[in-house]
Ligand binder design. Structure first.
Ligand SMILES: [Zn+2]
Length: 112
């Protein structure tokens, strides 16, 4: 996972198992800190929505971040917009890239 704002490498990365890992279910929480933009976390589970949340600390509460004047509480990922029947590697960082089109749509919709 990378910083959803600057795509920088995250430091202090923590991975926490948050439940039993069943046959095909990966169930983990990943958190990491961008030196500039703070903590982010995501739950690595095999069900949508796949979103990255800005948080005040690992396992903490969501915080608001401002990007281009938009108040954002969650970053939808490319993966979230993909066909959910596709089998992907949940640890492949490509799928955790932020879907900015979707983000801007939902942000402007909630403002209207
Ligand atoms: Zn950053």
């Amino acid at each position: 996972m990378r910083c959803p704002i600057c795509t920088g490498e995250l430091v202090d990365v923590r991975i926490r198992d948050i439940g039993d890992v069943t046959a095909s279910l990966l169930w983990q929480m990943h958190a990491g800190r961008c030196l500039e933009h703070g903590w982010f976390q995501a739950e690595f589970i095999s069900k949508p929505p796949r979103e990255i949340f800005p948080v005040n600390r690992p396992g903490g509460i969501a915080r608001e971040v401002n990007v281009d004047g938009l108040a954002i509480y969650a970053f939808p990922t490319i993966w979230d917009s993909m066909d959910s029947r596709l089998q992907v590697d949940p640890l492949d960082p490509r799928y955790w890239a932020v879907d900015w089109d979707k983000l801007k749509l939902s942000a402007s919709a909630s403002r209207a």
